[in-house]
Design a protein around this ligand. Structure first.
Ligand code: NI
Length: 172
């Protein structure tokens, strides 16, 4: 396994629309393993393939293993599609490995149904609520080139992006 570099905003790559995975091959499973290792190392609770520079509709997450005493519970969603959202919303303070050190309240549907392929290429269906629902919606957004800051006011978004840009200039 290997740690992968995580792209950070404002990088044009993060605006790319990812393409469906045609077949769940050994290469895809290797990518999933490396993404999970990268996510746990960061540490984060979700990571989309585009964040490590691969424009494929694939994401990993683990909302349980973030607590040190809990066993890791990694999930992999390939070609995920939201088929239903609840009428009621929920607000979570979101963060993102591609927007390090920045957080903002984001409103999203509280519950969703999502169809996807697992790492064995089998069709799965899941109803998610709470943090899992938020995390899946956040990661699916990445596959469509959307960041959590795209859900907040332009004023706040530009403030965050300018700070990240300044950090990049200092680092280069
Ligand atoms: Ni993110």
């Amino acid at each position: 396994m290997a740690l992968l570099p995580i792209y950070t905003a404002p990088d044009p790559l993060l605006k790319a629309i990812s393409r469906p995975v045609e077949e769940v091959t050994a290469d895809i499973r290797k990518l999933v393993d490396n993404m999970l290792e990268t996510m746990y190392d960061a540490p984060g609770i979700g990571l989309a393939a585009i964040q490590v520079g691969v424009p494929k509709r694939l994401l990993v997450l683990d909302i349980v293993g973030k607590d040190r005493d809990e066993m890791p519970a990694p999930m992999t969603l390939i070609n995920p599609e939201i088929t239903w959202v609840s009428d009621h919303d929920e607000t979570y303070e979101e963060g993102c490995l591609s927007l390090p050190e920045h957080y903002a309240d984001v409103v999203r549907p509280a519950e969703i149904d999502v169809n996807f392929l697992d790492v064995d290429g089998k069709r799965q269906k899941l109803r998610a609520e709470g943090l899992l629902s938020t995390c899946i919606q956040h990661e699916i957004d990445h596959l469509d080139g959307i960041l959590f800051v795209d859900h907040i006011s332009a004023l706040k978004r530009n403030m965050i992006l300018r700070k990240l840009l300044k950090l990049k200039k200092l680092a280069s």
